[in-house]
Ligand binder design. Sequence first.
Ligand code: ZN
Length: 241
Amino acid sequence: MKVAVLSDIHSNGDALDAVLTDARMQGAEAWWCLGDIVGYGAEPDKVVDLVRGLDAVTVAGNHDWAACGLVSTRLFNRHAAHAADWTTKNTRPENLTWLAGLPLVELREGARLVHATPSAPEEWNYCMMIEDALLEMDAFEEPLCLIGHSHYPGAFEKDGEDIRYTRAPQLRLRPGRQYLVNVGSVGQPRDGDPRAAYAMFETTTGLIEHMRVTYDVEAAQAKILDAGLPPFLASRLAAGD
Ligand code: ZN
């Protein structure tokens, strides 16, 4: 089965449209969503409606729960806090209720799905370094854990006591090894590449491909500015940082 794995859409409807078109062209048969559907961008209802329409297996991100009041924005930077407040006021109540009901963890096809880290999903930590991965890969039993949160696509591979990090565009899961894969961000990439990121996971062959898709960045930027959201949230989309 070919699964399209999306994360960190961040209310960017233009990026999500492009990713859905691409993933369907690639033959996606199922959809997993790793959270942060909303926050930062200007189209929260559009992206929530689209994800709900896909019947995607979905876990909560910190921005999803911030929008519905389940996570404090005290630790958010001021742009993120402003966007969270805007999102609360500009999202239909039934969509906020749906976001509030999302779980922190899902298990599918031998894979663990979580927004931030498997060791403590509710603490919204980052797993960026080998030292982080050492701890995180002891925190799940499955051969694969899929995460988002950092907006930085890449993968940790554990073979016995060895852990290595790779940003290779393709990864084939090998028996006996364990993987922690960050699928990157659909709506606000931060790895210097402004194209929308997602991953395609072929469950039978164990092939994971990091995909990149160009989308109408200027359209998304215009919507952010028109909504009165911080201009920085528009400008960073062009830089992909
Ligand atoms: Zn995010």
